[in-house]
Each structure stands twice: as structure tokens, then as C-alpha cells.
Design a protein around this ligand. Sequence first.
Ligand code: GCU
Length: 598
Amino acid sequence: MISNNAIAKHGVLTCFFILLFVDMATAQMAMISAAERKVTSLNGYWDVIIDPTGIGDWRQVWLEHKPEKKSDFFEYSFQGGPQLKVPGDFNSQKPELTYFEGTVWYKKQFNYEPKKGKRLFIYFGAVNYRTDVFLNGKKIGSHEGGFTPFQFEISAPVKAGLNTIIVKVNNTRYQNGIPGKGYDWLNYGGITRDVNLIETNNTYIDDYSIQLKKGSLNTVLGWVQLNGERPRQNISINIPELNLSYHAKTNDEGIAKVEFSSAFKLWSPSSPKLYRLIIESETDTVADDIGFRSIEVKGSKIMLNGKPVFLKAVNIHEENPYKAARARNKEDALLLLNAAKKLGCNMVRLAHYPHNENMVKEAEKMGLMVWSEIPVYQHIEFADTVVTQKMERMMEEMIKRDKNRCGVIIWSLSNETYPSAPNRNNALIALTKKCRNVDSTRLITHVINSQQYENNTFDVWDTLGRYADIVSINEYVGWYTPWQGLPANTKWKLICPEKPVFISEFGGEALYGSNNGPTDEAAYWTEAYQAKIYTSQVAMFGTVPNLCGVCPWLLFDYRSLGRMHPVYQKGYNRKGLLSEKGEKKKAWYMMKEYYSKK
Ligand code: GCU
């Protein structure tokens, strides 16, 4: 926003150009269903320059200067250097990049023939963490955030013939980042998801929301948003299987309200029904597989399609344990999700950031409900307005991409933030309200771990719970905190005694196969010690008022460089129910049995 005193000082015209520049510099929110469109993939090997000191900015590597005079030389080149696969984190592609936090410059060329009446976009599924994009030596914009899609329109700057895209990626952690500097997973950097060129007509379908109205089992309430020079168009929404065709007209802003009813076969974990749905305007067509379900809270229960549901969940990081790399494709998603299914889950908590679309779409097809979360993790600079704007942007990018995924039932807007952090409550309460404005159909939660645990009593006092639909609690009694009495005698004091309570993390560490040390001592990472935690936790679950679900931390052992014990951890967080080789620990069998009885 340009302030009034700036206008007074610089004049309206100057401010207009500043706004234009700012708008051009910031990436656009990605168009919806990007993968379903006519795309030219830029995936594959990209030439790279690894730039540990960040000097590439000073050298202006995006200009790709070449020697002209005999005395010329330039101390960089994309030719003759290494290549990296896109999509893919760079840490797992080269030994020298394993712990790399810094800048890598990526280069790709493509041929294009501009056509009258067509527009061209470059779409990034995700890049961690800061991105600057250059086309043919000119900067076209930047994006911050490692786990949500973004795009740039390049209709004007793209030229006929050969074009060169250069992408500066920097995965340095920042105090005012989202997440901040401290987190318990490997900071995989790079162009970690797909890169596509998307060509559209002058006016295209940029966004739509097609889901059941809150509390309804048969009526869709949504909208369609066009983008382009012909905002007023006839549109139709077709579901061939239901012989349903709904027609509407978009207004001067390109928006059409959508409302239609049908006897939908509802989506559920036991029957994950999806309908092929085609949205047509006069200049664009987009198809999607849409499910219809209702999710809401009634008293202390979560109701799915009007019936109480117990969330048998598990935490998952976006890491293929066998590849020790960022999970990114359908094969990786199926590996992780099938393991959750085998455990007996009906929901996955995609911790602690929006995962790639394969995870969300495949979960929906398999009948796994999804908890999606933005990385507002622990220490966040809530008093910095730049940070609160970043949080809001990330939330909007997450919701824009997945709001039509009926499998997603919960938006989680924070994890273990500090109640004492300046402006934390105001910022998160404001974010919650904005989230509800953007999407009123799903449940919203904040994960807390501020509860007191004394005299075998949990005192859940965090006021954030008042603004969430469910109270989500991380607790590690039996691992980080010893039990203070019999788990089955645990007492609870809840600030919101009427709301559903979800145990969003619990557990402890064990090295698979470590069965030699004393089983009552944590420092040997034995499976028996971990299993004892689970036995006690299950006993405690019976004392939790309004328990609506549980979610062990976590499915697989995963990489986290702060986990440094040279014998038991070796850079892995060992709270997995499965080792990074997929070996089932004793605790896995306990959760399997607990879920089988639910
Ligand atoms: C926290 C946090 C996780 C972390 C876990 C642990 O609850 O949410 O991200 O990995 O504890 O300590 O293992």
C-alpha cells in the first residue's frame, strides 16, 4: 500500500509507477488447477551456478556477459558448470550441497512463438525459500515462501524464438521468515516442485470455488473468477455423471456466483467419491475432480457428512525416507500415504507446511482426510508487519491452491508459537478471521504446546483456542516430560471446555533395532522405551475431555540436523513409528492396534 503522506510527498503519478513496479516485482498468486491446463513443462536438467557467497548479485549473472574484446573475461558462466534436476531439492543432488544454505542460480532456455490473443505465464509449484526470476536478462519478479505455488505473466517480455529464464534461489533462513530461523526439519532448498509455461487465451479462468455450502449435504455454493479483457462472459459448470449443467454470467469483475443442488454421492474415507467437473467460459475450459462432503463442529464433536468422526491421524513431513530427499512426485506421495493407510489412519497432518499437490490429491483419492498447515512455526516475529503480511499471503496461497480439495478438512495456521511473543495473539487472531473470510467451509486450528502439566493435570489456558474450531495440543509426556502420576488418572482443565480436543503430536524417539539398553532409560533410544510411551499415551487418551482425534509424531524417521547423537540419531529425528528404511518399530504395532479398535 502507498501511504497518503507518500502521495503528498511524491505526487500521485510517481506513486502509481511505484505501485506498478511493486506489483510487477511481486509474484502473482498461481492460477488454479495449473497442472490441468495446456502446459509446456520446463522440468528436467537446468544449468546452475552454485553461489555460496552470494556474489552472483554483484556479478549480475542474469546478464550472462560474454567476452567481446580479447582482454575481456567474466568469472562466472552457466556453460560448463553443473546441472540440477528440476523439480527437486538441491541438497540431495550433490554431496557439496548436502548442508548448503545460500544461493543457487538456475538457467533454462525455451522456444516460444507469441500468438495474437494469447497470454503466457511461468508457473512454479514451489521454490524454497526466496526466489528472483529473470527473463532474457531482465528481472520479472520475486517470491518469498518455500511451499506454495506462484506465477508471473510473461506475455509482454517473452520474445519470438529462444528465451532464457534465470532463477535465483536462496534457502537461507531468516529471523523474519515464515518459518523463522529455527525449525526441526532439513532446510531443503531449490526449485522443489514443477515449473510450467502456461499459455491461455486473453481471458482465462483464474480461480473458482466449488464445494458444498457449510452445513449442506446437497447444495454447492461457490464462484468462478475470470481474468482478462473480457470479464463478462457466459460460463457453465458441467458434471456429466450427474447430467448436471449449471449456467451463469460473470460480471464486470469477471466473477459469477455459483449455486446448484444435486443428490451427490458424498465423499468420505470409506467412499472417496470424486466427480469429473468441467468449467467452461467462452474463452477457457478447466477440468477438475471434485468431491462433496460436509465438515463441521457440533458441540464437542467433529461431524463429517453429519456423523461424528474420530480423526485417526499421523504426522508426515514432505520427505521420501528412502531417497532422503524432498518428496515431490506421485510415487513419493503414494509411498507416504500408503504407509499412513497401513497404520489404519483416516487423516494425515501434512506438517509443517503445505505439501506438494500430489500429496493432497492422492490422499483425497485414497479417502484420507488432510490437515494442511502454513509454517508459522515456534519463533515468529509477529510484531513485524512484514511478517504478518507474509503469513497472510502464505495462507491465501495455500487456500487458493487447495480450496476445492474436499479431502482437506482443516487449515492449521500455526504450530507451537510462543504466547509471550509480542503481538502473537493479535496477529494470529487476525489471521484466523481472514482465513474464515477466505474459506468458511473448513475447520481452523492453531497447534499449542503452552499448557501447564503439574500434579498429573494439564491446564490448557492458551486463549488462541477461543478462536479455533478445535483445540489442538502437542504434548510429549513420557519423552520430554516424565509422567507425574498414572496416565489413566490424568486430569484436564480446558480454557474452552466445550470444544473438540485433538492431540496433534505425541511420542518419543527410538532407533529401530535398538533393544539392548535398559528399557527404562531414555538415553538408549530403545524401541521398548518408545513403546512404553505409547502404552501410557493410549491410557491417557481415555481421560481427555472431548477427544476428537490423535496424531502421533510421526510416521517415518526424518532428517533434522539438530538431532546430533552420533550413535542413535545421526542427523535424524527418530520419533518415527517407522525407520527411514520403513522398518516397523514396536510402537507402530501399538498405534495400529489402537486405531483398529476405534
Ligand atoms: C514439536 C514440533 C515438531 C518437532 C517435535 C520434536 O512438537 O512441532 O516439529 O519435530 O516437537 O521435538 O520432535
